[in-house]
Design a protein around this ligand. Sequence first.
Ligand code: SF4
Length: 633
Amino acid sequence: MEDIIIQILDLLREGQVVDDQVLVKLIHAAAKRAGGDKRAFAKRRLLPFYQSVKRDDPKRWASWDVTPELEGRLLHVLRMKPRRSASGVATITVITKPWPCGGTCVFCPNDLRMPKSYLADEPACARAEQSCFDPYLQVSARLTALSQMGHATDKIELIVLGGTWSDYPVAYQTWFMKELFRALNDDAVSGVAANPLLRGFPGDTANDSSSLDAMPVAVRERRDQLASCGLADPNCAEGRPMAQATPELEAVQAEVDAGHMTYNEAFHRLYDASDPWQHVASRQRASLDDLEREQRRNETARHRVVGLVIETRPDAIAPERLRLIRRMGATKIQMGVQSTDEWILARNGRAMGTEAIARAFSLLRLFGFKIHAHAMVNLLGATPDADKADYRRLMESPAYRPDEVKLYPCALIGGTELCRFYHEGQWQPYSEEELLDVLTSDVLATPPFTRVSRMIRDFSTQDIVAGNKKPNLRQMVEQRLEGQVVQEIRMREISTSAVDLADLRLDVVAYKTATTEERFLQWVTHQNRIAGFLRLSLPHADALAALGNDAPVGPGEAMIREVHVYGMATPVGSDGPAAQHHGLGKRLVERACAIACDAGYECINVISAVGTREYYRSLGFADHGLYQQRRLS
Ligand code: SF4
């Protein structure tokens, strides 16, 4: 292992390119020399090995003579899954504890181990279950994994999933957020030597027994707490499920799957009567003062929150709730829209109509949130043509126009009400050809200011009774799109590529919504690839007046809803070709201020994340209630 690292360093010093092909050759040669299995030298093990030596054996690491500049290039070679931080930030998805939902959607899964609508096999859910849904433990585990994969973790987007956020008690919401920030502020990264992947491979003397227990104290304490409440097995290893499914849970799940009980009824039977869950729940409370203390710590912490996303239903969106969500630090809302067709919504048991959805869009936009909509195709009663029209309406009607969209083809999951319709012949999955046709049409109908962030749910194939089981559906759609003009953001992102600044121009796309004039400012190359963007909202005075005292801002106040500059997430202060370090963000903000001023606005707000407050202060913004604000002149 050490040989490979030293060879890579030598090649880099000589100015040679070390790509995956070169790396594979080095790995094969090392395996041959050791007469062993090349898996022992796999790429995924190189970086943890390097980090463990640097951390636990400083003398040996010093003998390699690695300068900061050389280390940057080495990490670039060893980094796994570069796309994970290609958008400029590292993402951590966490899941809230099992909880019911007021909705009655026919397609919605009923896994009692999870909050309504999630399945335990989905990767983020499996990780959450391993941590008993504890936010501190979930963040610690992901920070550790991201660090081991070589990703910079100084800028973090937190995505909080789990059904309807506002349905949880406020004390739980506040505690959950406080714990997320606390884990980041504590730098709760387990020592890389604690990773079982690192144990016992040839040449790895860094992993002696003294370095294996590198779990942060707060993590150990929280695990002990959960064990003392009876929720977790005190002896389970890190990375193993702490709470196992009980026979009672399995029995009640069978009742739900047979349609004899709803998820909500089963939830109350299982969790209301569970001493461990109730005991743990009694500790899951915090005040807003506690949360704000952790937020202030985060402003200058090593891992700063540069985006915070929560998930909710459109009919659960109301001004007082948005005010609270904003105080908690959220900057983006994910909401299940699924369809903008009244008949389809009703046929699928959605407990809301298009009026509630349109109102949710309007409120979110006036409050300055980024709007991430979930849209489903192949719902009960839908046809491919109706789906295409439905999606076009979502993109084109001023009532909607989301900033981001997750496209989910409806899949049949065991135990849902949709199974009955399937067996009665009233619903069937689209053929692969029909599905690809609809999704291709949807991507082509997506405007330049909207990002299609996903095209499938992370369901495992075992959970899908009928419907798409291909995890590479997105790639199949992208193949069909080759040679066609695609406007949506994700396919235009510069991703991990270097940027030629001379090739960039600042383009402004104007569009209208029911309550605002929108300006989408984008840095684009001559090939229309996108290196950064800003969302500016210019609210209509009458829309704010209609909200009365609920209006989040006054007339004459513009709103920056998002600033995003692409480039591999690199630690703050480091050099590199990444777009983030060339002042592109600052120039976007200055241009937005000029546009708002020209349009007659007196000041401009920014819905800043807690970890970006310092940045906006440096640009002349002052803290101002729910936002940061700058006067325009
Ligand atoms: S609103 Fe969402 S979580 Fe609730 S039943 Fe419908 S899909 Fe499931």
